[in-house]
Design a protein around this ligand. Structure first.
Ligand code: MOS
Length: 733
């Protein structure tokens, strides 16, 4: 089914009997009892498996001059040592391909340079240490500040030039001209990257931890030069990904190659320290903001220059993109530039673009509000716009409730208690501050298919490549299917994460829930038609409720319909011109209250509230959990997360969870999330929008603005660690 006209007419989802209800996760009991198996934990399916260990390059650039594996090959338990000298030929051409050990050239630190397979993990790791590699080191550039001005425009983020920015900014009565920086960050998901591979004859089976089955499927098949039907990729459960697992790295490829050679299943996990440099990360940004307003705080000039770096061919961190949509202002100059850097490859992480763009924009807005003498909630409301500010009124937002989020949040949070004067509220040793920020996240949709099968017991099975990375996909897709067929949730079985199922959006960019639900909707619509035909009723008149199909006086239990054989339908949701005609985004207002220790500069969050408008909320419990996670990550971005670049070795030096700091329970007080009622009929039949990443968008800026309100210290270099805050806090003790 093609979604190309708004879902204005009521559809089965609007009944809201099961969709919109806060069901617990249906796979929850499996997870908490250890019965939900993650990639590295499949033993029976991969009998007699052996273990691979990836050895990474110790230089950031250059080439291997010599490599001696004799000692490693002779080490106990070792079955295979693979290097570029004996690795099978692989294909580099496809977009998702990820060839390993392809040659002596080194393009980044921790690039795989050797792979050891042994009877045990420990044997493989010990043998890898015996490999003697000599390198010739090449030059590289690792400092964004140094190269930022050599950056090029970015195709995906074209310059936005509207009106006459320069003269409007020059003559604006109120303005800020500030530069914010955000560091490289790592996903730091709980489950490491891991894969296990076996060959069933000439067909490869890989269980891996991956967000996007069809990308991984294309990448693994493409790299090995196999037709896709000769490869099966499975990812039933994923212990977090946050963008890192959108892509494939050494583990599935080397597991597959070695399994073919050894005729035994091969398991590979990347170790935690390897992950920080071998896989991708969120690139650092430098963001120059110039905002000009009239004396009432109404924007007249919006300028945002975002600089980032990446390896050649890498994608940009589009940190200026949200600035194109969030506020009005007639004169606009918004640009993204990307320079070449030779750090490990940068890529998508936790709301790529907006997450770090808003760390800068929403603090600059706070600075503007203070200069204008306008309350920061009020200033944002004054600058709201209901259409794409660049394209004009012909491109309205599909739905936009930012003002409602701000008003509702301010009321609930007790915003009126905030003192506008910085460093003026104290509670014992703590300087107390409150901050606000707006959030916006683009609403992306992706084609998504599913298969729906009704059996003789009247139970429904849904199969789709969609994944559940801890987000609740199993549950919400079950809810959507149950609603469509008029079944209770426990009569629906959801099977995910298998390339043998219909291709689906996968989990990324907050497109998963809405897109995959639309795929399930389409498949269930097709199945309803089949059922109606079999029941001998007109499908337009058929009602699906109480486990039966009903029309007029007639009511046939679904089990009866499928008694002589199960009924199956496959369909796919595709999305047409509505994504172009309408600006589509979800919105939030985030509020934070915190204390800053007057003596040490330590920041402790006291409470936070996010008010979100993201279309229909399919399951308020799983959606709320998404936002709690996003808020926690936003606090991390504001206060602690940073990959420190070692300029000598061109890599990130803090490469484990002891040194790459993420918030722990003790850092996170009670967080509150509210969803406003909203139906977006331009987004899908579900009238839902992406919600996961909205949770992080703007949160860190609310924290930073609260730190400023508490202390009067404006730190423009994230994260706001106490060494940056304290020196600017004289005489507060
Ligand atoms: Mo997301 S950064 O697309 O997993």
């Amino acid at each position: 089914m093609d979604f190309s006209t708004p879902a204005t007419a009521p559809n089965p989802i609007d009944r809201g009997r099961i969709v919109t209800k806060p069901f617990d996760r249906i796979e929850g009991p499996l997870k908490v009892s250890g019965r939900a198996h993650y990639a590295y934990e499949f033993h029976e399916e991969f009998p007699n498996a052996v273990y691979g260990f990836v050895l990474g390059a110790s230089i950031p650039r250059g080439k291997i001059v010599s490599i001696d594996v004799k000692q490693a090959e002779a080490a106990p338990g070792v079955l295979l040592v693979m290097t570029h000298l004996n690795a099978p030929k692989q294909d580099a051409e496809g977009k998702h391909n990820a060839p390993q050990l392809a040659g002596p050239e080194i393009e980044q630190a921790e690039q795989a340079v050797a792979f050891v397979v042994a009877e045990s993990f420990e044997q493989a790791r010990a043998a890898a240490k015996l490999i003697d590699i000599r390198y010739e080191r090449g030059a590289g550039e690792f400092d964004l500040a140094k190269v930022k001005d050599s950056g090029d425009p970015v195709e995906e983020a074209p310059d936005s030039k509207v009106g006459d920015f320069d003269s409007a900014f020059a003559s604006a009565p109120v303005k800020v001209d500030v530069t914010y920086t955000t560091p490289d960050q790592s996903h730091a998901m709980m489950e490491p990257h891991a894969s296990v591979a076996r060959w069933d004859g000439d067909r490869l089976v890989v269980y891996t931890s991956n967000q996007m089955i069809h990308w991984a499927h294309a990448g693994i098949a493409g790299t090995l030069g196999l037709p896709k039907e000769k490869v099966r990729v499975v990812s039933h459960y994923i212990g977090g990904g946050f963008g890192s697992k959108l892509f494939i790295y050494a583990d599935p490829i080397l597991a597959a190659l070695a399994a073919r050679e050894l005729r035994r299943p091969v398991k590979v996990t990347l170790t935690r320290p390897q992950i920080f440099n071998h896989t991708n990360h969120r690139p650092a940004t430098i963001q120059h903001l110039r905002l000009g307003a009239d004396k009432d705080g109404k924007l007249v000039a919006v300028g945002h220059d975002a600089y980032c770096g990446n390896q050649e061919g890498g994608e940009a961190e589009n940190a200026a993109d949200q600035t194109k949509l969030l506020y009005g202002g007639e004169n606009r100059l918004i640009r993204t530039r990307m320079a070449e850097l030779h750090l490990p490859k940068g890529g998508a992480m936790r709301a790529p673009g907006e997450a770090v763009g808003l760390l800068a924009l929403e603090c600059a807005i706070d600075e503007l509000a203070e200069k204008a003498g306008v309350d920061p909630v009020e200033l944002r409301i004054r600058n709201d716009i209901q259409y794409d500010p660049e394209k004009g009124p012909d491109r309205p937002f599909s739905s936009r409730k930012l003002v409602e989020c701000l008003r509702d949040g301010a009321r609930r949070f007790g915003w009126e208690k905030r003192s506008a004067k910085p460093a003026s509220t104290r509670d014992g040793q703590w300087l107390i501050g409150m901050g606000v920020a707006a959030g916006i996240r683009n609403n992306l949709v992706m084609p998504s298919g599913a298969r729906a099968t009704l059996d003789g017991k009247g139970e429904l099975t849904i199969e789709t490549q969609m994944t559940d990375i801890g987000t609740g996909s199993y549950t919400i897709l079950g809810q959507v299917a149950a609603e469509m067929l008029g079944l209770p949730l426990d009569k629906v079985h959801v099977k995910l994460g298998d390339s043998d199922f219909p291709e689906s959006a996968g989990s990324g960019g907050s497109w998963g829930a809405n897109s995959a639900s639309a795929g399930v909707y389409a498949a269930c619509m097709a199945l309803r038609n089949e059922i109606a035909r079999k029941a001998g009723v007109n499908s337009d008149d058929a009602e699906f409720a109480d486990g039966a199909v009903k029309a007029g006086q007639r009511s046939v239990p679904l089990g009866e319909i499928a008694r002589s054989g199960s009924l199956s339908a496959t369909d796919k949701a595709s999305f047409g011109k509505l994504t172009k005609q309408f600006a589509q985004a979800s919105f939030a207002a985030h509020f934070c209250e915190l204390g800053v220790d007057a003596a040490s500069g330590e920041v402790r969050i006291r409470r936070m509230l996010s008010v979100c408008a993201a279309g229909r909320i399919l399951n308020p419990k799983t959606a709320r959990s998404q936002c709690l996670g996003g808020m926690t990550m936003g606090i991390g971005a504001a206060l602690m997360e940073e990959q420190v670049v070692d300029q000598r070795f061109g890599k990130f030096i803090n490469h484990d969870l002891a040194e790459y700091q993420v918030p722990v329970h003790a850092d996170i007080p009670a967080l509150d999330v509210v969803f406003l009622d909203e139906l977006d009929d331009k987004s899908s039949w579900l009238k839902a929008k992406g919600v996961g990443e909205l949770g992080i968008c703007g949160v860190g800026a609310a924290v930073a603005n609260a730190v400023y309100n508490a202390t009067g210290v404006r730190v423009r270099d994230y994260p706001l660690t106490l060494d940056k805050i304290l020196p600017a806090m004289p005489g507060t003790i």
